[in-house]
Design a protein around this ligand. Structure first.
Ligand code: NDP
Ligand code: 2IT
Length: 451
């Protein structure tokens, strides 16, 4: 039996079936590595794959806190430190009721490769909790964050592990987490990124993931000799941090972005989305997208329960570019068929692993340009790294410097992924290109650092 197959079987033997989503992420990477494993036996000799698929450390802890009616609430907190071959552990925190260790392992595993692609010094990690910030008062969110940090602070540090935001964790939560760390330790240091600007956050970190997605996509269109986004119809899913700044940058490139969504429904606005209204509904009011049609009566709101069978409304709309920016496995084979039938030319993943394996296979088969998350959405963590640099040097970069560094980083990731796909004989397959390019850097470090 081959090395790859052995590693897969052992992983499955030693994990539970509950780890399905983690296997999805791991198998996608491993399957891409066939050409590099065949050309060089050093990876097998040094047991790189079997070491890579197991996290260095998984921390799981109890988080108890009082809600507004003085009732005790108990949640589970996690931090998965996956691999630190290239630098201190780095990756976001997700607060969402669906969070469990399998989801965080998939995210932590993906993060290793994403961080490697940036060319910066960062290992991979992820954490979070099954706590749901939705419907909670600010005081409840603060009490939860405080309790969460009481335990988390033992495992993090500016040269150890630096968390950041993800679903359900934005500047408000990061502020509370940072404040509590400071109280417990009396240390004012860069232990978390995505901080508000006034206490060490970087300019453009809020915008970075979405802007980076569009910088990456724009560059990829150039490599592919395809028309740029100007005057093209685009569809985005989600309406959180990544989605909103993807929409904003697409609009600044002249695209007409006609749709976005949240967990309850989809908005279609044929005249192009009103970005200020979206920010007001989602960032300030933390309300449902349904509010959009209150002031924009020509737009159409479709509830999730009214979506067509087995397909998501947002992907039934004809478009040139599709940008899934909500959550994992949100774009399935039916969605992929709808997009292709309606003439979509490029799919760019803003969320982590939003396309199912079957959807990706179809895109590649039909030669739709497909930009995988670990390459396309690396702008967020790249600017997190710039925030770490600024904190360590007690300095601030101006907007132009951050934006230029972000754009340069996204272009260089694009070039590396494009050239790697050519070098390994998988032209146009940027899933394989990204996985191989990312793996090479991590694997070389793991070999050089010894067992
Ligand atoms: P936010 O919490 O800001 O927004 C999440 C959006 O996705 C919301 O519109 C939410 O809808 C929707 N959503 C979340 N979960 C589900 C679900 N189970 N079903 C349907 N819709 C859902 O998160 P982000 O924008 O930060 O994250 C979005 C994606 O991007 C995630 O995959 C994340 O891992 C990834 N990412 C984030 C980065 C960052 O810097 N923040 C960096 C790189 C990737 P609702 O408002 O109704 O909850
Ligand atoms: O998935 C991701 O890359 C993030 N949630 C951001 C991680 C970070 O450390 O900025």
């Amino acid at each position: 039996m081959g090395y790859l197959q052995n590693v897969k079987e052992n992983l499955q033997k030693n994990s539970s079936s509950f780890d399905q989503i983690f296997f999805q992420a791991v198998f996608e990477v491993l399957d891409s590595l066939e050409p590099i494993l065949q050309s060089d036996k050093v990876y097998e000799e040094f047991g790189v794959l079997e070491r890579l698929v197991v996290p260095d450390r998984e921390v799981k802890f109890k988080v108890s806190w009082f809600d507004d009616s003085n009732k005790v609430q108990v949640n589970t907190g996690y931090r998965i430190q996956f691999n630190n071959a290239l630098g201190p552990y780095k990756g976001g925190l997700r607060f969402h009721p669906s969070v469990n260790s399998s989801i965080l392992k998939f995210l932590g595993f993906e993060q290793i490769f994403k961080n490697s692609l940036t060319g910066l010094m960062m290992g991979g990690a992820k954490g979070g909790s099954d706590f749901d910030p939705k419907g909670k008062s600010t005081s409840e969110v603060m009490k939860f964050c405080t309790a969460y940090m009481t335990e988390l602070h033992k495992y993090i540090g500016p040269r150890v592990d630096i968390p950041a935001g993800d679903i359900g964790v934005g500047p408000r939560e990061i502020g509370f987490l940072f404040g509590e760390y400071k109280k417990i330790t009396s240390r004012y240091e860069g232990i978390i990124t995505g901080k508000p600007y006034m206490f060490g956050g970087s300019l453009l970190r809020p915008e970075a993931t979405g802007y980076g997605v569009v910088y990456f996509a724009d560059e990829l269109l150039r490599f592919e000799n395809k028309e740029p986004f100007k005057d093209k119809i685009c569809c985005v899913s989600g309406s959180g941090n990544v989605a909103i700044y993807t929409i904003e940058k697409l609009q600044s490139f002249g695209a007409i972005v006609v749709s976005c969504s949240d967990s309850k429904g989809t908005i279609y606005d044929s005249r192009g989305l009103d970005i200020n209204l979206l920010k007001d509904i989602k960032f300030h009011k933390r309300a449902s997208l349904e509010e959009y049609v209150l002031t924009h009566s020509s737009a159409i709101y479709t509830k999730v329960e009214d979506y067509p069978d087995g397909a998501h409304e947002v992907w039934t709309i004809p478009c040139y570019g599709a940008f899934p920016c909500a959550t994992q496995n949100e774009l399935n084979i039916n969605d992929a068929r709808n997009l292709i039938e309606n003439g979509c030319q490029i799919v760019v993943e803003g969320a982590n692993m939003p396309s199912t394996p079957e959807a990706i296979e179809l895109f590649l088969q039909e030669q739709i340009i497909f930009a995988p998350a670990k390459a396309a959405n690396a702008g967020g963590v790249a600017v997190s790294n710039f925030e770490m640099s600024q904190n360590a040097a007690l300095q601030r970069w101006d907007m132009d410097k951050v934006d230029e560094s972000l754009r340069t980083t996204m272009k260089s990731i694009c070039k590396r992924v494009y050239l790697t796909s050519k070098d390994y004989g998988v032209d146009g397959n940027y899933v394989d290109g990204a996985n191989i390019a990312a793996f090479k850097r991590v694997a070389e470090a793991m070999i050089a650092e010894g067992i």
